[in-house]
Design a protein around this ligand. Structure first.
Ligand code: IMP
Ligand code: MG
Length: 178
């Protein structure tokens, strides 16, 4: 058995991603008018999305990061979520938006939402670039969604396969052939 070859097939091009992030930032800016927002990005996948989003939000923004993991190097979730990096700043009294690259089973966001709910935030909402609702095992209401996509493993715009392809400026589906 040789090493499998990987191929990336474009799913959402760079222009569409940028336009949609611009739209989401507009909606968030209107929803939080007169307030400040604390964006909490989930490392590492959400970083590219969060930067672009933050740059276009017009109300005052502060940022922080958490890292959780339910995935190893493979494309299937392990079912358990661990916190690898906690917040650096208190969220007490803050209007928090948790920013994620993709919601799959929903376990990561549900777990982090619960975790942050005990920290005294004024409000907590969820924002994700991509949503794969077919794969959901945990009930979750996402407040801001970039794109709903089919049940395919995607890479690019921060998302990886075995730490590769995060830097692609578009979103692609990874395909394997031998
Ligand atoms: P969940 O906890 O099952 O919702 O998984 C969410 C996390 O799994 C995301 O933060 C991603 O890191 C990872 N993930 C889920 N689906 C994909 C995918 O299609 N490509 C890359 N990473 C994914
Ligand atoms: Mg992730």
């Amino acid at each position: 058995m040789g090493k499998m070859a990987e191929k990336i097939v474009e799913l959402i091009d760079e222009k569409k991603v940028d336009e949609r992030i611009h739209e989401l930032a507009g909606i968030i800016s209107r929803d939080y008018e007169g307030k400040e927002v604390r964006l909490v990005g989930i490392l590492k996948g959400a970083t590219f999305f969060m930067c672009e989003l933050a740059k276009r939000i017009t109300v005052p923004v502060s940022i922080d990061f958490m890292q959780a993991s339910s995935y190893g190097g493979a494309t299937e979730s392990s079912g358990t979520v661990r916190i690898r990096k906690d917040l650096d700043e208190s969220i007490e009294g803050k209007n928090v938006i948790i920013v994620e690259d993709i919601v799959d089973s929903g376990r990561t966001l549900a777990f982090l939402g619960e975790f942050l709910r005990s920290k005294g935030a004024a409000s907590i909402r969820y924002c994700t670039l991509l949503d794969k609702p077919d794969r959901r095992v945990v009930h979750l209401t996402v407040d801001y969604t970039g794109f709903v996509i089919p049940d395919k493993f995607v890479v690019g715009y921060g998302m990886d396969y075995d730490e590769k392809y995060r830097n692609l400026p578009y979103i692609g589906v990874i395909e394997f052939d031998d």
